[in-house]
Design a binder for this molecule. Structure first.
Ligand SMILES: Cc1cc2nc3c(=O)[nH]c(=O)nc-3n(C[C@H](O)[C@H](O)[C@H](O)COP(=O)(O)OP(=O)(O)OC[C@H]3O[C@@H](n4cnc5c(N)ncnc54)[C@H](O)[C@@H]3O)c2cc1C
Length: 391
């Protein structure tokens, strides 16, 4: 495979760059390790929609930009480099493809356009206490009563539930069949009576995680996507998307350039042990970038090998995220010992070193979770063993 930069993407990269350079200041140079604030996500979504790029990852026939996977990667890289707000990944990468594939025309009409106009943010209600990796064991139940389901149960680790308008939810609609066969996929308005969201404050000092409780929540049957009991096939489809993006290459590149900036500011290249660390991290980043190109090519060719390599990318990419963010804190020297407030958190307090160090320790702490969310490294290794070694 030829790993040199593809010149056919140059014109596209210029087009994206010109668009990004013309953005107002509030849409550039944003901190973006976690999701941006809701108002910024909405404004960014509106801006993209107005440009005709509201669904950058979807096919043209579904209202998407119709880009190739390589173009999507260029778009993501340029956005990360420009520091635009993040998009609602739950909509773009998870729910959108599901609605496009399994939703009825009425469901698409009701949900897609408002979401692409930035009026509707989504969260994902899959995990439960005791049902994370073993998702099929989930117990939140939905009992049918006329034209409504009545939902009771609890979800956990619901990222951004407190600032989302709707949730896509896995529920058990039949407890008497094989566990995978009794699950259904529902779309639920977060304002429906009976939903309680309780914050979980995480080690990075943010509130993005939640427990979400459902107490006799009435959900119209028309808001079920796919057949009753067909939720597991939809979930497999949803979790199988986007192998090439598992490593979050644009974030890795942004972290690397931040590390170079810190290394220059602190004169760290003169220290052999740090110079060696920097070279190793850079080499690993290049290796991941090449692998992303390879997985992209395999995905474009619909080669099932993309699945195994996608799991490898998830493991290596998230481990590199952790090492890069640890190196940021190390590069700060004494200032790294203090967790300065993240730029997204309001704080008027001033501390020495804050300008260089704000949020870096928070990012390092947040990235401890990256080898857990989106499928733990152990589970990814299980997938690799099963598929590659036919275990
Ligand atoms: C920051 C963050 C955000 C999240 N956001 C969301 C969200 O928005 N919506 C949502 O639904 N969920 C979310 N999750 C939940 C996430 O998907 C789960 O945490 C993940 O699937 C792991 O499940 P668990 O926490 O129940 O751990 P468990 O599955 O109980 O795993 C515990 C340990 O056992 C290991 N293990 C489990 N099964 C196997 C196996 N078969 N082989 C080898 N080892 C195994 C795991 O790797 C892990 O080390 C989020 C999690 C985090 C940390």
């Amino acid at each position: 495979m030829d790993f040199r930069p593809d010149p056919s993407l140059d014109a596209f990269r210029r087009e994206v760059r010109e668009f990004l350079e013309g953005l107002p200041a509030e849409l550039r140079n944003q901190p973006r390790s976690t999701r941006s604030k809701p108002a910024e996500v909405r404004l960014w979504q509106q801006t993209l929609h107005a440009r005709g790029w509201g669904a950058p990852y979807w096919a043209k026939e579904h209202g998407g930009a119709g880009w190739s996977l390589s173009q999507m990667l260029v778009f993501d890289e340029e956005c990360a480099a420009a520091g635009t707000p993040t998009v609602d990944g739950f909509l773009h990468k998870l729910l959108g493809p599901v609605l496009n594939q399994f939703g009825t025309p009425e469901q698409r009409a009701a949900h897609v356009l408002p979401s692409l106009r930035g009026e509707r943010l989504w969260c994902q209600g899959f995990s439960e206490p005791g049902s994370g990796s073993d998702l099929a064991s989930l117990r939140t139940r939905a009992e049918i009563g006329g034209d409504h389901y009545v939902v009771n149960g609890q979800k956990i680790w619901t990222s951004y539930a407190h600032e989302s308008d709707w949730i896509f939810l896995l529920v058990r609609t039949d407890a008497n069949v094989k566990k995978q066969s009794g699950i259904s996929f529902l779309l639920v308005d977060m304002k429906t009576p009976g939903i309680t969201v309780r914050p979980i404050r995480s080690i990075d000092d943010f509130h993005h995680l939640n427990e979400t409780f459902f107490d006799s929540v009435r959900v119209p049957v028309a808001q079920r996507v796919g057949e009753e009991g067909g939720g597991w096939s939809i979930t497999k489809f949803l979790l199988n998307n986007e192998h090439a993006s598992a490593a979050e290459l644009p974030s890795l590149k942004r972290y690397m350039s931040e590390l170079h900036r810190l290394a220059d500011a602190q004169h760290l290249r003169e220290r052999p042990e740090f110079a060696l660390k920097l070279a190793r991290l850079e080499a690993e980043l290049q290796a991941i970038a090449m692998m992303v190109q390879r997985v992209t090519a395999l995905e474009q060719a619909h080669d099932p090998a993309a699945l195994t390599l996608g799991s490898m990318l998830k493991i290596r990419g998230t481990e590199l995220q952790q090492r890069l963010t640890e190196a940021h804190v190390e590069a700060l020297g004494d200032y790294g010992a203090v967790a300065y407030p993240h730029p997204e958190l309001e704080s008027n307090a001033r501390f020495p070193g804050q300008d260089a160090a704000r949020g870096l320790a928070n990012d390092m702490f947040f990235r401890r979770a990256s080898t857990i969310y989106g499928g733990t490294s152990e589970v990814q290794r299980g997938i690799i063993a099963k598929l590659l070694f036919q275990l």
